[in-house]
Ligand binder design. Sequence first.
Ligand code: DUC
Ligand code: ZN
Length: 477
Amino acid sequence: MMPAKPYDLVIRRGRVVLPDATRQIDIGVRDGVIAALGPDLPEGKHEVAAEGRIVLPGGVDSHCHMDQQPWEGKATADDFNTGTLSAMCGGTTTVVPFAMQMRGQSLRDIVEDYHERARPKAHIDYGFHLIVGDPSAEVLGNEIPQLIAEGCTSIKIYLTYDGLKLDDYEVLNVLDLARAHGAMVMVHAENDACIRWLTEKFIAARKTELRYHEKAHSAIGDREATFRAISLSELIETPILVSHVAADGAVEEIRRAKARGLPIYAETCPQYLFLSAEDIDTHDLSGSKCVCTPPPRDKSNQPAIWAGILDGTLEVFSSDHSPWHYADKIAGGPGTPFHRIPNGIPGVETRLALLFSAGVNGGLISLQKFADLTSGAPARLFGLAPRKGQIAVGADADIAIWDPDRSVTISNSLLHHATDYTPYEGQVVKGWPVMTISRGDIVWDDGKILAEPGRGQFIARERPFPPQQGLSKVLAS
Ligand code: DUC
Ligand code: ZN
């Protein structure tokens, strides 16, 4: 019998976080794939000593904006080079940014352009969600079905934002299409009319300070839009994922929908646990560093977000990384009214450490739960599993090795994104990713960047759900 080919890499004696247990074992990697898990594996060509470390599946960040075409006037600060570099240095091995179609554009053209932007620059693997801002007959009938067949198996829709927002009729069309093709639909669920109406009233009353940003994006509007999205999904009988859940009302609606057996999934982000409306409420424009939508809410909302994480109402923890240079945030100068501050904050590199510190080291969640929120669940829900999202034989060797005891004071100087600030400056975390491995390559080794732009690969994702050919109940009745 031929002797087995040696492993390219063996990760030795770490505490390996498997889907159902944590075990002190070795991981043998061959040809970029996990080939063996177990004690005392034979020596590999390359060895990594992981004793005392926690070995987690590399993070999957299923909500991050990179090199997106101008959004509210300017392009995002990160392209695929700096965006994926930042992700990888934070323990993430797969990102799914957004190919964004606005009114009048061809989605096919946007996706082709996005491939060109990503291919030469990405350090780690990536896929694209399809933002559908103009669900014309051509887009629904031809472009989206082809793009889904090519591996872009998720759609993002907005219920607010000029140039992007869909009305309920259009939402129904998109949901119907997703049902037929087994795609996931992510919904940005804020009530557009409430935002516009409240903004107009505040501005007319000269209430222009940054703190009115949170008030204009009322949590009542989030609850309404979340319930509406759930209702439209129920009518069409197709799953949705509610993006960036920020407040208790939306959590309650999602919990109720799940209790009724509806296939409603949901995501939250670090800004709803580790920032609050207080961070925006500054006398100068420095609070703009935390302006995003939905906005961080009052601190009293944070327990509801934790409760949603703990009871499974919120199954995905993503970053919504959407970086701006600070100068672009404050380009309007002193006194800029809240509604003229561009929305979005960076966070792709700090997402995992913030949750690990407060969640795992804080004793709130297990390592399995952490791995599922940040890697397993997004991989399953967005068609990346079983290749991504878990440490298992046959999966890609996408791995992050953590020092669970390292204390780090977050500072922008530590991070690799292109923007010049982090909203988490000064926050102290315990637990830090010290090595990232992507398809068996060590790409980040405790301060050393070992990857070149362009090594990341586009991942054609599976359809998350079986395509439904039959009529939904309401049409068949
Ligand atoms: N909110 C989003 O949903 N996306 C990008 C920026 C933001 O603030
Ligand atoms: Zn976003």
